[in-house]
Design a protein around this ligand. Structure first.
Ligand code: PA5
Length: 449
């Protein structure tokens, strides 16, 4: 079966079965609160039934827009930050050739998708203009609020460039806006300028929005099958609704175990993958859990590592440092491509014992060996495995982590769907930049600098 599995056997050396089972009743209530929309942040539960409610017409509309962009552009720039880019980046990196930017147009068979407005670095954006200079490009500007500074700055820069190159009408053809269906500066701009646009359901927050046009449009432009992605998410939606029983529902089990470990002082979760292509899925997970759970003085701090690379950097700390962490390994059953290790007549590198074996097998043994070493070093381990990486399994992973995050946040007693803490840097930045209305704060801050 093409399905996600969870294995908690390497947690049971650290927790008693009853330590986990005691969450059952509470988890049943939280599942019900999500379904009946009675829990904290219930205005933001549109993601719960999102996979099963996406219609064929909506998918066709996205595919048609994506096909138009694929015709027009050699490079497709996705402008967005946080939840408005990480999900798309996770799938595109997760399923593309690792060296996709070095492939020819013909080899790639889709525009090169690049990202902007996910930082305020002028070097990054100036370099982006270098690669756009001699290439036809188009843009998706994605911001739910429509007012976030980073994407707004990037859009202003790119819009000016597009209008210079293609004229106002040509630029209009090359811009798609994805934003709130009725409010915000970007919505207003899209209406005024006549950009093609897609709405983000008001009850779906940024970090839960990958299965809306926020994620689906860029993923379709990059040439991936958004129907399979939604199908995978639907399968997990259905599976996680059948029962909230810990032993039949991986969502419940993951939420229970991480909270049981947290109660035992394990306040850092390290999500490890052995595949560079999963780097941005881990980044997406970090945002989902960090922004959802880190509030009211509580949090399981989410850290991402890429093994085996990071075994040569953070491996020492994980094996031997302060024992306040647990590890979740995101394992993949089989690779997308196979590579066997060759025999060498001289065997100077002493690797002939591996000759003829698959590189993936070596990676898996590194994974299993590391897991046992870390457990031995008092790091509890949760294993989440998908049989392979494709659109369907990405869909499952997204929904799995989203729902587990909501339940886990409810167990922590916080509202997983707001992010009040994110405002603090913004108001200081506005004040320091001289935005009207922030004069008093600006004076206070300058005195402190
Ligand atoms: O999860 C969230 O709500 C945030 O991370 C947002 O996605 C992020 O701040 C971007 O916001 P917006 O889409 O409004 O530009």
């Amino acid at each position: 079966m093409d399905t996600l599995n969870i294995d908690i056997s390497k947690v049971l050396e650290f927790l008693l079965v009853k330590d986990i089972a005691k969450y059952q009743e509470e988890i049943d209530e939280h599942h019900e609160a999500l379904m009946k929309k009675t829990g904290k942040g219930s205005d933001f539960l549109g993601w719960v039934n999102l996979p099963s409610s996406i219609t064929d017409e909506q998918l066709t509309e996205l595919e048609t827009a994506a096909a138009r962009m694929r015709q027009l552009a050699e490079v497709f720039v996705v402008i967005g930050i946080g939840g408005s880019y990480l999900g798309a980046k996770a799938v595109i990196d997760g399923l593309s050739h690792h060296f996709t930017d070095l492939l020819s147009k013909e080899q790639r068979q889709a525009p090169l998708v690049v990202f902007a407005g996910q930082n305020l670095c002028s070097d990054y954006h100036a370099d982006l203009f270098d690669i756009l200079k001699d290439r036809d490009y188009a843009v998706a500007v994605i911001s739910k609020s429509g007012t976030t500074t980073e994407p707004a700055v990037a859009f202003r820069l790119l819009r000016e460039d597009l209008e210079k190159r293609y004229g106002k009408a040509g630029a209009k053809e090359r811009i798609i806006a994805v934003t709130d269906p009725s409010s915000g500066a970007l919505r207003q701009m899209a209406q005024q300028e006549g950009y093609q646009n897609f709405g983000i359901p008001p009850d779906v927050g940024g970090r839960f929005s990958v299965l809306t046009p926020v994620g689906l449009l860029p993923i379709a432009v990059a040439g991936f099958n958004i129907r399979k992605l939604v199908e995978g998410a639907r399968a997990m939606e259905k599976r996680s609704q059948l029962t909230s029983n810990l032993y039949d529902n991986p969502v419940s089990m993951y939420a229970a175990v991480r909270n049981a470990l947290y109660k035992r002082g394990k306040n850092i979760e390290v999500l490890a993958s052995y595949h560079p292509r999963l780097h941005y899925l881990v980044e997406w997970w970090k945002q989902l859990y960090g922004e959802s759970e880190g509030k009211d003085g509580k949090a399981i701090f989410p850290v991402g590592v890429g093994f085996t690379s990071d075994l040569h950097s953070l491996g020492q700390l994980i094996q031997d440092g302060e024992r306040n962490l647990f590890e979740t390994v995101l394992a993949v059953g089989k690779p997308r491509r196979h590579l066997a290790i060759p025999t060498d007549g001289q065997d100077l590198d002493k690797l002939n014992y591996l000759a003829g074996r698959q590189m993936h097998e070596v990676n898996r043994m590194a994974e299993k060996g590391t897991l046992l070493a870390h457990v031995e070093g008092n790091v509890p381990n949760i294993l989440i495995e998908v049989p392979e990486l494709n659109e369907y399994t990405f869909g499952q992973l997204f929904y799995f982590f989203e729902k587990a995050c909501a339940i886990s946040g409810y167990i922590l007693g916080i509202n997983p769907f707001d992010q009040p803490g994110v405002e603090a840097y913004k108001v200081n930045m506005f004040a320091l930049l001289g935005k009207a209305g922030y004069e008093k704060l600006a004076a206070d801050l300058r005195a402190k600098l």
